[in-house]
Design a protein around this ligand. Sequence first.
Ligand SMILES: Nc1nc2c(ncn2[C@@H]2O[C@H](COP(=O)(O)OP(=O)(O)OP(=O)(O)O)[C@@H](O)[C@H]2O)c(=O)[nH]1
Length: 615
Amino acid sequence: MTTMESLIGLVNRIQRACTVLGDYGGGDNTFSSLWEALPSVAVVGGQSSGKSSVLESIVGRDFLPRGSGIVTRRPLVLQLHKTDEGSQEYAEFLHLPKRRFTDFGAVRNEIQEETDRITGKTKQISPVPIHLSIYSPNVVNLTLIDLPGLTKVAVEGQPETIVEDIETMVRSYVEKPNCIILAISPANQDIATSDAIKLAREVDPSGDRTFGVLTKLDLMDKGTNALDVLEGRSYRLQHPWVGIVNRSQADINKNVDMIVARRKEREYFATSPDYGHLASKMGSEYLAKLLSQHLENVIRSRIPSITSLINKSIDELESEMDHLGRPIALDAGAQLYTVLEVCRAFERIFKEHLDGGRPGGDRIYGVFDNQLPAALKKLPFDRHLSLQNVRRVVSEADGYQPHLIAPEQGYRRLIEGALNYFRGPAEASVDAVHFVLKELVRKSIGETQELKRFPTLQADIAAAANEALERFRDESKKTVVRLVDMESSYLTVDFFRKLPQEVENKGGNPQAPVTDRYGEGHFRRIGSNVSSYVGMVSDTLKNTIPKAVVFCQVKEAKQSLLARFYTQLGKKEGKQLSQMLDEDPALMERRQQCAKRLELYKAARDEIDSVSWTR
Ligand SMILES: Nc1nc2c(ncn2[C@@H]2O[C@H](COP(=O)(O)OP(=O)(O)OP(=O)(O)O)[C@@H](O)[C@H]2O)c(=O)[nH]1
């Protein structure tokens, strides 16, 4: 008994948790349904087949709404809990957890009102179940789901589609492989025309999970009996048919007590000439026990697959939660911590791009190894040091008094003019590296998983990093321009000392005319001297510009890309921090749903663990 109570109770508790979280099968299919994995008994029957009467008889109480038209418009999950003999009967609704109903007339009203609460007075139907638990010594442990009666015509006030809507809803329950179908048919109607059997045959052709119930045996025409059905000859099912005699309308009007009705039913079968030999397997009490036992067996056999579904779902949900990121705490300290964590993750990735491990850093070397030398090579020194220009510059520098030995001023002007050209490639290298760094920031932001959920913080980090890169660029430009300026501020004396003297040069050729001093050869020599001096400077800058760029931009970016951002962060208030951690609403919603599901599955796992002795 303990086992039975606990197993059915276990499924009851999980079912209730499912309903609270909006899982009642069907509907939202972004998550696998736990509800659908749980075995349940659904009661199906045509209108007036005696469905309500069977349920009330199993419970031993009048508690279902009555009336014309479609009364049951939401599934009613009826959980029966057997209590000790002599204890008081009471009912409880899941939606009114603190209230105990001892008056079953009030239960009936509450079912009606709760139905209307969701469906309105429009007489629509809704798949959201009402959960009712009944605690009584007169019940067996069993869970039944009462569904709207199958109908053929809509009555006044009901939408035209109701006939189809009801069938769709009932079908959505009974087609699930874990659903046990309690198919109610009246004996005073041809079984071939039974709505319940028609539907059961469709969804469970082997009859494995269908229990046939025949009501109104007492209303059959005199001289006829239902033995062909009850003995499985008319329509064969894997489980034996159960015949029932409920209270007649007259009994209901006279308020015949349910317990009395049960006794009368027992007597009916015991004394019936037709069914006497089946008496021990007929009646609503027998039906309740049969179902309870069967449900327990099914649950026991399903526990391993339910457990594995739960474990699989927990794994999936946890990995999705990891992917979505855990929820952020509300206090400023924790928020600051989160922001810093995310920033560090970004910085780590950015550094990997520079130091290797991730691609991109090599493009900076590309600037130094290709772009800069190529740009230096392309500088228009040929033009600047053309014979014509050398002569012009030197003559202009000399003024009215041509130089006597060497054109000191001319040299200086030519060299200064040439050195100015180096600014271009120097600044271009700074810009090129700046763009590489900027691109790496963009890439790193994209690659920081932790940042994906915070679009605002993402934009803040991007802005702070780019602002820092701009600053580094300015500093770097100043430095490289300074390197160039330094070259013109003081020329390398050694170079000129080592230059062969023109006079000595001509020593080998004493006949050379003195006028040559102002001739072509003279200026060509000047040009060539300046050119080799500039070549030497070019070689120096080819080495020093990269040093300056790395020092001012690359190293700074590695060390203090977000330094200012961190300082500003320290001054921020809780509200500003939470604005930074503003998440994408769709993502928040998804996380909330995942968290809720995870809670459900974990609760279900705990429930199952708590009855571990079932194995
Ligand atoms: N004599 C007799 N009457 C029955 C029996 N079962 C049900 N009835 C009567 O048949 C009528 C319909 O029974 P319900 O239990 O309300 O049937 P239902 O399938 O719930 O009907 P709806 O709620 O209208 O869909 C009632 O007047 C019952 O008293 C039975 O076995 N014998």
